[in-house]
Design a protein around this ligand. Structure first.
Ligand code: PLP
Length: 392
């Protein structure tokens, strides 16, 4: 008899976004005249930059002509794109060879798939609260998980606490907390990983939101990380590719576990299970790195960051503890009057018709916190801030 992977029965059902949708639908039905504004959006809302759209059209035309048509793309990505990614790192004095770059359809897929090259016996450390994919992908594989506390004391930046782990997930800028590790803090994690012969899985999906030049945008800005870290990056938030799909993962050739090269294992894994990313999409991603393309991306990111500033300014004015709001599209706030996350959700919805995301949905340490995002329109953000002001 065929058997299933029973680890799936250990997955906790995630009701977070379903429960939010149900409550919002009921509220709208009962209050048809009220305009509901969502500051819970985790997806980008601005359209693709013009330069990217031009590249998409040009590449599509090429695919329709016999002499420029392309079939399967190289497993690791076209050199034209990997060269641009390598140059992107070089601008921050990080040396990444194109052979160390793996282009894919998304950071989520790579973060999920990477577990395949690790033993199921590894102990996994995941910050709490954090992006739920790290936990679920390891539960699916049956690995043991311990949580590193992120809380008010460490400004929602979990740090090593003496316990051993073999695989460590870090996300900076963080989803949902908006917090960003400093170089000194990442130095501590890299030292910890080297001491423990552990591997850091560093999710830099939001690196483009970092405007403070002293903050690291890549774990490879820390010496020694090439021997203990894998980095995941994405065009989703940098260039609005959430629906277009393109990302990249960097595994340096120096990363060895005993006699095994994780780089070579990932080459083997990708060439066996992935037939590359569409030529058209890789040309679109390449356009992000043109001067004009990058300027257009930065303009969009500034738009979101300006929204974030408006939300953050209100919380500062009201003396409410929060993280994020700068160098990140997320604002992670303490619920007022010791309210629990869902209590504050209900209050906001019922009194202001504004929707956010209860922090308790991201982990135990998220209880009493609330995530607001800057991915809405400027007008809606301004209106939502005014409405929230009335209840704080
Ligand atoms: N990593 C983090 C922390 C995210 O929040 C998200 C998406 O919201 C992703 C990865 C997914 O990135 P991609 O769209 O490239 O799959």
């Amino acid at each position: 008899m065929a058997r299933v992977n029973e680890n799936y029965s250990n997955l906790k059902q995630s009701y977070l976004f379903k429960d939010i949708a149900t409550k919002v639908a009921a509220y709208k039905k009962a209050n048809p005249d009220k305009k509901v504004i969502s500051l819970g959006i985790g997806d980008v809302t601005l359209p693709l930059p013009e330069k990217v759209v031009e590249a998409l059209k040009e590449a599509s035309d090429e695919m329709g002509k016999a002499d420029t048509f392309r079939g399967y793309a190289p497993d690791q990505g076209y050199d034209f794109l990997r060269e641009k990614i390598s140059e992107h790192y070089r601008k921050r004095n990080v040396n990444v060879d194109i052979s160390e770059i793996f282009v894919s359809d998304g950071a989520k897929s790579d973060v999920g798939n990477i577990t395949e090259i690790f033993s199921r016996d590894n102990m996994v450390m995941i910050p709490d609260p954090v992006y739920p994919v790290y936990m679920d992908t390891n539960v699916m594989d049956g690995r043991k998980i311990i949580f590193a506390d992120a809380n008010k004391e460490n400004n929602f930046l979990a740090m090593p606490d003496g316990r051993h782990a073999d695989m460590i997930y870090l996300c900076s800028p963080n989803n949902p907390c908006g917090s960003v590790y400093s170089k000194e803090q990442l130095r501590k994690w890299v030292d910890y990983a080297l001491d423990n012969k552990a591997v850091i899985l560093f999710d830099a999906a939001y690196e483009a939101f970092i405007t403070n030049d002293t903050l690291p945008r890549s774990i490879f800005e820390i010496e020694g990380a090439e021997k203990c870290a894998i980095e995941f990056c994405s065009f989703s938030k940098l260039a609005g590719f959430t629906g277009t799909r393109c990302a990249y993962t960097v595994i340096k050739k120096d990363l060895m576990l005993e006699r095994f090269s994780l780089h070579d294992m990932w080459v083997r894994r990708q060439s066996t299970k992935l037939n590359g990313v569409s030529y058209v999409i890789q040309r679109a991603a390449e356009a992000v790195f043109t001067d004009e393309g990058m300027e257009q991306c930065k303009k969009n990111i500034k738009y979101y960051l300006d929204n974030a500033k408006l939300i953050s300014a209100l919380l500062k004015e009201k003396g409410i503890y929060h993280t994020g709001g700068t160098n990140s599209p997320y604002i992670w706030m303490n619920c007022p009057s010791n309210m629990k996350s869902w209590e504050f959700f209900d209050l906001l919805l019922n009194k202001t018709s504004v929707v956010g995301t209860p922090g308790s949905g991201f982990g135990m340490n998220g209880e009493g916190y609330f995530r607001l995002t800057s991915f809405g329109s400027r007008d809606n953000t301004i209106e939502a801030v005014e409405r929230i002001r009335r209840v704080l």
